[in-house]
Write a protein that binds this ligand. Structure first.
Ligand code: SF4
Length: 430
């Protein structure tokens, strides 16, 4: 994917995130938003993701998900042929037929997402009208929504943001007199979600719900008494949609590592008036376990130099965790997009000498990376192999999205993910 201008700009940030940001507009090496279907289809167990795309989109999904398919998958591609793209066929009619056939064959589907792609966008196929039309036909058995996963509009994790944002208008309304409730937003592995649910319950925050829910009919209600906490950093549009429904945003960093998780829980606890003593009583044992688990990797990782290419939007919270809890030194942290409001707590904890870059101009960034001589580079799959060939140790950023890394119990595993490639390189050099 390429973006027109090659300009390089440096602009100053504001307030607690007041630091220069290197803005880059050039060639990018990132996945498109279709990739989010990989984890979303496993999370919402009765949903189906129908990509309206080309053979390229189908191949991307097959190669990315191929090794994970054990049963009939809950995603597929309605492949647009040349005559569709040339406007020679009625795409809406064809789409309706595909959806009818799919829902007849798979009666367990309760929520169907029509997912737009580059080709469907190029021919301006109106998937929102298609979703409304098909919803009328298949309601109430199946709800049909749409969002875009196209590489023209979205990168990698923005697919999840677009998916969740499309869900928000259809969430039930919470009554005005409902008790104050907590909504945790962002797809988490079930095991992590269960751990957080237990911690919130122990803190006395009893009305806690998660978006997305595991089943279509269990999606949480939202209203003026809903206070939401983001579990993932890439949910700009979802946060905006929730605020439009009256929900209130709890400002916080993200639950990576012992300290990150503590501060994330503390943000919710303060919002719900949990006394400090109670907070310490609940958090202290799992935090100690997490600190110990992380410390095992400190000797291996401390003072190692890191370089992040933009990919998942997890880069800034990861740089904070690796610096704060393991003593690693980030040279540059790249992110596809920087939402300073959602990222304020994380940015304010990064040392001043870390270069923060937004967007990408890949050749220039590769030059900066080689000059900086990092010990480990976090990047997408497309850059990893060429860098390894040059003798640079890499970590695939996609692994950090597929692996459960949030929360106290996963803090040690998260540290290990960075120790592993360094160990592998050491073994190769012996
Ligand atoms: S949506 Fe676009 S970038 Fe993604 S696989 Fe399809 S054609 Fe490629």
């Amino acid at each position: 994917m390429s973006v027109a201008s090659e300009k390089l700009m440096v602009s100053a940030g504001q307030g607690c995130v007041d630091r220069p940001v290197l803005k880059q507009r050039g060639q990018q090496e990132v996945f498109c938003g279709l990739t989010g279907i990989m984890w979303l289809h496993r999370k919402i167990q009765d949903a189906f993701f129908l990509i309206v795309g080309s053979r390229t989109c189908a191949h991307l999904m097959q190669s990315a998900a191929g090794v994970m398919i054990f049963a009939e998958p809950r995603f597929g591609t309605a492949i647009m042929e040349e005559r569709d793209l040339a406007g020679l066929a009625d795409m809406n009619e064809e789409l309706d037929t595909v959806v009818d056939r799919l829902l007849e064959r798979r009666p367990e589907i309760r929520l169907l997402f029509l997912v737009g792609s580059c080709p469907s966008e190029v021919i301006k196929l109106d998937l929102s009208r298609a979703a409304q039309r098909l919803s009328q036909r298949h309601s109430p058995q199946v709800r049909i929504l749409n969002y875009s996963g196209s590489g023209i509009e979205t990168t990698f994790t923005q697919g999840e943001d677009a998916c969740l944002a499309s869900l928000v208008p259809s969430l039930p309304s919470e009554p005005d007199n409902a008790p104050k409730s907590l909504l945790v937003v962002g797809a988490l592995a079930d095991v992590v979600e269960d751990q957080f649910a237990r911690l919130f319950e122990q803190l006395g925050i009893t009305h806690t719900r998660f978006l997305p829910a595991r089943l279509a009919d269990d999606m949480p209600p939202v209203g003026a008494n809903t206070h939401f906490l983001l579990a993932q950093p890439f949910l700009t549009d979802t946060a905006r949609a929730l605020e439009a429904r009256g929900a209130r945003y709890i400002q916080s960093g993200f639950p990576l590592g012992a300290e990150g998780t503590t501060e994330w829980l503390r943000a919710a606890a303060s919002c719900f008036g949990v006394p400090d003593a109670k907070f310490e009583e609940v958090v202290s044992a799992p935090r100690t376990r997490a600190r110990r688990a992380v410390q095992q990797y400190e000797e291996r990782l401390s003072a190692k130099k890191l370089f992040f290419f933009p990919d998942s939007q997890l880069e800034i919270p990861l740089a904070r965790f690796l610096g704060q809890e393991l003593g690693m030194q980030t040279l540059e942290v790249g992110t596809p997009y920087l939402n300073k409001r959602l990222m304020a707590a994380e940015l304010s904890q990064l040392p001043d000498d870390v270069v923060v870059s937004e967007g990408q101009d890949v050749d220039k960034q590769l030059d900066r990376c080689r000059d900086a001589q990092p010990d480990i580079v976090v990047c997408g799959l497309g850059l990893a192999n060429p860098l390894e060939v040059e003798g640079i140790t890499t970590k695939w950023s996609i692994e950090l999205v597929f692996t459960p890394i949030q929360g106290f119990e996963q803090a040690g595993d998260l540290a290990e993910l960075f120790a592993r490639p360094l160990n592998r390189r050491t073994r190769l050099e012996v």
